[in-house]
Design a protein around this ligand. Structure first.
Ligand SMILES: O=C(O)C(=O)C[C@@H](O)[C@H](O)C(=O)O
Ligand SMILES: [Mg+2]
Ligand SMILES: [Mg+2]
Length: 388
């Protein structure tokens, strides 16, 4: 079997907050009539420049056309040579490799008539515990809006939340106070996520201030790649520390500096299912915990994570992917499902990722490229359309 054609389609899909995320859908055709699909999810992150999708298609054609899709390791090696790791959380090369690697997995599993989870080691869990995101407060008036989000989502079964913090601590505190008094033990706060916005000392002070409320861990409480800072924070804080993995060098440094307790691993930020499995294995070997993060994928990207999570032996903390619940629409006929705060892994009876494209929806949300339009740094950091 040989890859014979590549198609890249860009969609721009708003979230219920109004923020629009742009994604690239990848289709890989083969000479045997099979098509694999993948997703380069959420290009709407810093850095504030756009990948030229027309040009990208040509680069990928050079790498992929004529290759046997089962040569996943070889193809990943070539992808990494062309789109190298850059030690930045939102490095777009990782998004590109991720979309291709997902499509390869979909294609190979379809060729064998098995699911992707079965291709990569089989199923340890059929559902994955997830938390719902509460985006960062900038103003006090957002506290009530976010408590209303908890009210609505709790009724749908989401009993665990992660809170982005660090821009308005009074509002962060008011939110946590509101959650405690209104929902009590019915709601769990999984993490406070500082998103690298503060240096470790400021994050430590903020964490101490918010520690009168219960939460399970603290994420990204230092600037990016400050491995010593994360270590100092970790030694001084009572809570476990989690950090995203965005390159193998960075993961190695975090292990060497004993910077974290938990690795937040997601295919989008490390460049695919293949790399995410390596990162999870490294976490296991280093004796660290593991959870699956998110960029807020659509259903194809989320299904890829569900299959990955299903096969991981060390997924020992609540994970993050809830994208399909945040966007106002999806681009597949059969979106992934959530039940009682769990992401359900598509069944063994559905070959590949178990997703089928819906071209009516794609046409509705298709945009011509990844260009940005009007958006500010704070909107990108806080995933909001709020212009104040
Ligand atoms: O844990 C994180 O960090 C995220 O979830 C990052 C978010 O910015 C996410 O990528 C989003 O687009 O909302
Ligand atoms: Mg995070
Ligand atoms: Mg994102």
């Amino acid at each position: 079997m040989k890859i014979s054609e590549i198609r890249l389609t860009v969609v721009g899909i708003p979230r219920s907050t109004g923020f629009v995320s742009k994604h690239v859908i990848v289709e890989l055709d083969t000479d045997e009539g099979l098509t694999g699909i993948g997703e380069m999810s959420d290009f709407s992150h810093l850095p504030h420049y756009a990948v030229d999708v027309f040009d990208l298609k040509h680069s990928l054609e050079d790498i992929l056309l004529g290759k046997n899709p089962f040569d996943i390791s070889l193809i990943n090696k070539e992808l990494t040579a062309n789109f190298p790791e850059a030690n930045f959380y939102y490095e777009k090369g990782n998004f590109i490799r991720n979309g291709v690697d997902a499509a390869l997995h979909d294609l190979c599993a379809k060729a064998l008539n098995i699911s992707v989870a079965d291709l990569i080691g089989g199923r340890i869990q059929e559902k994955i515990k997830v938390c719902f995101p509460i985006f960062r407060h900038r103003f006090m008036e957002e506290v009530e809006e976010n408590l209303a989000v908890v009210r609505t989502r709790l009724a749908q079964g989401f009993d665990t939340y992660r809170l982005y913090v660090g821009k308005n601590l009074d509002a962060d505190e008011a939110f946590l106070d509101g959650v405690k008094s209104e929902f009590g033990s019915k709601v769990t706060i999984k993490s406070l996520d500082f998103s690298h916005l503060l240096d470790w000392k400021s994050a430590l002070q903020a964490t101490k201030r918010l520690s009168k409320y219960e939460f399970q861990m603290v994420e990204s409480p230092a600037v990016q790649n400050d491995f010593d800072g994360l270590h100092h924070f970790r030694i001084k804080a009572d809570h476990p520390v989690s950090e995203h993995v965005w390159s193998f060098r960075q993961q190695y440094e975090m292990i060497r500096h004993d910077s974290v307790d938990i690795f937040n691993i997601s295919p989008i930020f490390i460049g695919g299912i293949t790399s995410a499995r390596k990162a999870a294995a490294a976490a296991e070997v280093a004796g660290k915990g593991c959870l699956m993060g998110t960029t807020q994928e659509l259903s194809i990207g989320t299904a890829a994570m569900a299959h990955l999570g299903s096969s991981l032996v060390n997924l020992n903390y609540t994970s993050d992917p809830t994208g399909p619940e945040l966007y106002i629409a999806d681009i597949v006929k059969n979106p992934v499902k959530y039940e009682n705060g769990y992401l359900l892994v598509p069944g063994r009876d559905r070959p590949g990722l178990g997703m089928e494209l819906d071209w009516n929806l794609i046409e509705q949300y298709r945009v011509k490229d990844l260009s940005w339009g009007q958006v500010s740094v704070h909107q990108l950091q806080d995933r909001t359309t709020q212009t104040k």
